[in-house]
Design a protein around this ligand. Structure first.
Ligand code: KIV
Length: 263
């Protein structure tokens, strides 16, 4: 199987072929997702909650991302692999370059950073060194304390316009992909239409170029109250493999997310 590349994902956007992405943290699940044909895997800092049991992503360290990226890459050799740079691992350019090198050497194709305008010099620096960067705006879990919880973002015109501006500025600075999390569907549509890079949504409605879900949410094993956008694909399937196929197909056909999963 040939490697999935950023050029291919850009073509998918142009040709309106939806991208189904998922998080993974270990070899076995990465292999299963790879075998089912998932094109993009994220080694998310959500591992702080799903693997380490913390109440937020803030305790995650760069060595955790390195460890999990290595395991996932072994399971998914040709998948386009994005790895998160965790909290405070990209606070200045030198630190970011050093930490990016660690994650790329572990097998990532692209690094993901959370935030808006303040990231512009860092993104420019990474891009000028041919590093692929993914932005992440809207609900940015590393800012959970500042945001006073995991809440929908961009609800009023001011906030929405700020997010559109930030998306455009980040693209101009050099990001090659953007994750938009927990924003109204209408706003995500506008951002997707205004950017030429793939925009991947989570809790952002059906008009983005692709969707991403945390694997534990997709398989219905996250305890407690679930966000509105989460769908348990295993509940309607006979195996994990079938659940992943169902997710891929529903994203491709625009069945997921349904109206009830949107803000
Ligand atoms: O860390 C993560 O899993 C993420 C996704 C929710 C997009 O950033």
């Amino acid at each position: 199987m040939p490697d999935i590349t950023i050029a291919q994902l850009e073509d998918w956007k142009k040709n309106k072929k939806k991208i189904a992405a998922i998080t993974a943290y270990d070899f076995s699940f990465a292999r299963l997702f790879f075998n089912q044909g998932i094109p993009v895997i994220l080694v998310g800092d959500s591992l702080g909650m799903t693997i380490q049991g913390h109440s937020s992503t803030i305790p995650v360290k760069i060595k955790d991302i390195e460890y999990h990226t290595k395991s996932v890459r072994k399971g998914a050799p040709n998948t386009f692999l994005v790895s998160d740079l965790p909290f405070m691992s990209y606070f200045d350019t030198i630190t970011t370059l050093k930490n990016t090198a660690k994650v790329m050497r572990s097998g990532a194709n692209m690094v993901k950073l959370e935030g808006g305008k303040w990231l512009i010099p860092i993104i420019k620096e990474l891009s000028s060194r041919s590093i692929l960067v993914c932005g992440h705006i809207g609900l940015t879990p590393q800012s959970v304390n500042y945001l006073s919880g995991y809440k929908i973002q961009g609800k009023n015109d001011n906030e929405a316009n700020k997010l559109i501006d930030e998306a455009l500025l980040l693209e101009e600075a050099g990001i090659k992909m953007l994750v938009v999390e927990c924003i109204p569907e209408k706003l995500a549509k506008k951002i997707t239409e205004n950017l030429s890079i793939p925009v991947i949504g989570i809790g952002a409605g059906k008009y983005t170029d692709g969707q991403i879900l945390v694997m534990q949410d997709l398989l219905g094993i996250t305890e407690g109250e679930k966000p509105t956008f989460v769908k348990n694909f295993l509940a309607e399937s006979n195996s994990i493999q079938e659940a992943v196929q169902k997710y891929i197909n529903e994203v491709k056909q625009g069945i997921y997310p349904h109206m009830k999963h949107c803000f």
